[in-house]
Design a protein around this ligand. Structure first.
Ligand SMILES: Cc1cc2nc3c(=O)[nH]c(=O)nc-3n(C[C@H](O)[C@H](O)[C@H](O)COP(=O)(O)OP(=O)(O)OC[C@H]3O[C@@H](n4cnc5c(N)ncnc54)[C@H](O)[C@@H]3O)c2cc1C
Ligand code: FES
Length: 256
């Protein structure tokens, strides 16, 4: 049974347009210190609303400093409320939840591909893969230069290429354009981002490469109880929150 934790806010600062980095004291997490690709459901209500917790991935889980760093984009009510968190506040989190990225034995040439709010979970994953001897290339996609974040952190893992839709940074276009432009060679792909991006990567590489894709569907309970996050897979319907959010390439059946 996963636990509810009250974690102290250490820092909450703006790092890009509508994008914040939130650092929490994780020293009370114990065995709930998170694995890459898992997520926490954050209770960020004021006076009982919004009722539903909001799922946010872990960008950096530093076991030495015992800190958790999350990166979130302000999209609506819940994430707007998060911008009001200040050092010393206690944040109620449920988790870690979900099935994260498989990393045992994965080394060789690894390509990390993140799009928008899908970028955060790939950094902790990259750190673990680097520690296992993987050679890492990262390709990140954003709407424009103003929305880009975490380039410095990813550059500690290896080369970083950026694609922006408006062409204000890196390749103009999508992550798939940047992968082609830089002729990135890899054995294993890990990706997180909008479904349209995951579908494009899946279709391009499922026949020839190993790969794992993390889906950030809208969620309610986050623990597999409400069946509100079902997705069609080759083995029938699965719950993104519990059976995922990470699925192997070729597993998810995309709608049109
Ligand atoms: C497993 C998982 C991990 C996630 N990790 C992160 C993370 O690390 N950083 C981060 O910024 N966000 C992450 N998200 C997305 C985040 O949960 C939503 O952006 C957040 O719940 C929106 O809450 P809100 O109250 O601000 O917006 P709402 O008021 O609920 O919605 C505002 C707008 O945002 C859109 N929206 C809501 N949820 C999503 C979503 N999941 N994907 C795309 N658009 C959405 C809505 O359609 C609407 O247009 C993750 C989601 C999942 C399922
Ligand atoms: S969100 Fe309830 S089952 Fe996935």
């Amino acid at each position: 049974m996963k636990k509810i934790h009250e974690l102290k806010v250490l820092e909450n600062k703006s790092i890009a347009e509508d994008t914040f980095k939130l650092t929490l004291d994780g020293s009370s997490l114990g065995e709930d210190f998170p694995a890459p690709g898992t997520f926490f459901q954050l209770k960020i209500d004021k006076g009982g609303a919004p009722l539903l917790r909001r799922p946010i991935s872990v960008f950096d889980a530093d076991e030495v400093k015992q800190t958790l760093t999350l990166i979130y984009k302000v999209l609506g009510w819940g994430t707007k409320l998060m911008t009001g968190l200040v050092p010393g506040d206690l944040l109620n989190v449920h988790g870690p939840l979900g099935t994260g990225f498989p990393i045992q034995g994965e080394a060789g040439k690894v390509l990390l591909v993140g799009g928008g709010i899908g970028v955060p979970p790939l950094y902790e994953l990259g750190k673990r893969l680097q520690a296992q001897g993987a050679e890492i290339v990262t390709v990140l996609g954003f709407r424009g230069a103003g929305q880009a974040f975490a380039l410095e952190e990813f550059s500690t893992l290896g080369p970083v290429y950026v694609a922006t839709e408006d062409g204000t940074l890196g390749t103009q276009g999508f992550v798939t354009d940047a992968i082609r432009e830089h002729e990135v060679a890899f054995d294993t792909l890990y990706a997180c981002g909008p479904q349209v991006m995951l579908k494009a990567l899946d279709q391009a590489y499922q026949e020839t490469k190993n790969g794992y894709l993390s889906f950030e569907e809208r969620m309610a309970c986050g623990i597999g109880a409400c069946y509100g996050c079902m997705t069609e897979t080759k083995e029938g319907l699965k719950r993104v929150c519990k059976d995922g959010p990470v699925f192997a390439m070729g597993e998810v059946q995309y709608g049109d």
